[in-house]
Design a protein around this ligand. Structure first.
Ligand SMILES: NC(=O)c1ccc[n+]([C@@H]2O[C@H](COP(=O)([O-])OP(=O)(O)OC[C@H]3O[C@@H](n4cnc5c(N)ncnc54)[C@H](O)[C@@H]3O)[C@@H](O)[C@H]2O)c1
Ligand SMILES: O=C(O)C[C@H](O)C(=O)O
Length: 308
């Protein structure tokens, strides 16, 4: 399995590192526009191979997409991250052009590729890849829900004073500060609804902290996060590489599901060798349905700023 990661910055390198550490891919190609940067990151990572015990071959290239030819999966992390005080949506002006150009180069050299979109504003960037790549819809997957769900579980474990391995939960809808929808009604501790343990104030805290999870880290770090984003991508790549048929919330093109059309939004899906194998329709409460529709309206407005 050959995987290309475009953007050898914080998220791209973290993603390559986690993929290599899990040792399920033969080859990872890092691509960046900054001269020598991807080559340097690849060399540094390869020098951890004997220490960390992996056989994945990591190479880097400055913009030579012929080196990416025949990739099964490509991850797009190229683009600028936000700074404290910014929203993800403010990145559209610069990142849309980058994502469009990168997509064209990827598809030219790997026409069968499955693309995982990471660059922000991610739901809109995933939509852009649908509109410009010519790939079938099951081959375009936005990464947001996997990360947001991991942050939800972190906050749930904190509030429950429980180990994270006791906790399960999922975040759907938009990957934005306001449009995330943590499904508290379905979150559990060892199968018991968390609503049986947490009072209203604690529930509100968990939901609000989950939604601003990315902004909180951006404020602390001065740029956005990379460890959990890289790990979340590696889980998705592994689900494809190992045909795991894992249920992961991803930003996918909706055609009637959840009452939405012609929009990419986070919904649970089965991810396997073919990319998106099935979108899962979970029953939402009336309040959740309303919030999902509000998130869709906001993403649709951002999509309106795209020029194809
Ligand atoms: N979807 C998510 O959950 C999620 C999570 C974290 C970060 N992000 C987004 O991922 C993106 C990258 O974040 P980061 O922290 O890694 O930023 P970064 O600045 O560390 O890395 C981005 C890299 O992209 C490269 N790049 C720019 N234009 C390019 C091009 N045309 N071709 C190839 N490479 C190019 C840059 O040189 C840089 O090395 C940002 O847009 C950020 O908002 C999304
Ligand atoms: O918060 C950001 O801007 C980056 C990313 O989307 C995240 O959630 O960490």
């Amino acid at each position: 399995m050959k995987v290309t990661v475009v953007g050898a910055g914080a998220v791209g390198a973290s993603c390559a590192e986690y993929i290599a550490m899990k040792n399920f891919c033969s080859e990872v190609v890092l691509v960046d526009i900054k001269e020598g940067f991807a080559e340097g990151k690849a060399m540094d990572l390869m020098q951890t191979a004997s220490l960390n015990g992996f056989d994945t071959k990591i190479t880097g290239t400055t913009g030579d997409y012929s080196k990416t030819a025949g990739s099964h999966v490509a991850v797009i992390t190229s683009g600028i991250p936000r700074k404290p005080g910014m929203t993800r949506e403010e990145l559209i002006g610069i990142n849309a052009g980058i994502v469009k150009e990168v997509t064209e180069n990827l598809v030219k050299h790997s026409p069968e590729v499955i693309i995982i979109v990471v660059s922000n504003p991610m739901d809109t960037m995933a939509y852009l890849v649908h509109k410009t790549s010519g790939l079938p819809k099951h081959k375009i997957i936005g990464m947001g829900g996997a990360l947001d769900s991991a942050r939800f579980k972190y906050r749930l474990a904190e509030a429950l004073e429980a180990p994270i391995s006791d906790v399960d939960g999922m975040v759907i809808a938009a990957h934005s500060d306001t449009g995330m929808l943590p499904l508290l009604s379905k979150a559990t501790r060892n199968g018991v609804p968390v609503t049986e343990f947490l009072d209203e104030e604690q529930q509100k805290y968990v939901i609000e902290e989950t939604k601003v999870g990315g902004a909180t880290l951006t404020k602390l770090l001065g740029t956005s996060a990379w460890y959990a984003p890289g790990a979340a991508v590696s889980v998705m790549v592994q689900a494809i590489a190992c045909d795991q048929k894992k249920m992961i919330p991803c930003s996918l093109m909706l055609e009637g599901e959840y009452g939405q059309n012609d929009i990419c939004l986070g919904v649970p899906a089965i991810i396997g060798a073919n990319g998106v194998e099935k979108i899962i329709n979970v029953t939402l409460t009336a309040e959740e349905q309303l919030k999902f529709a509000e998130a869709a309206n906001a993403v649709r407005e951002v999509n309106g700023d795209l020029k194809f």
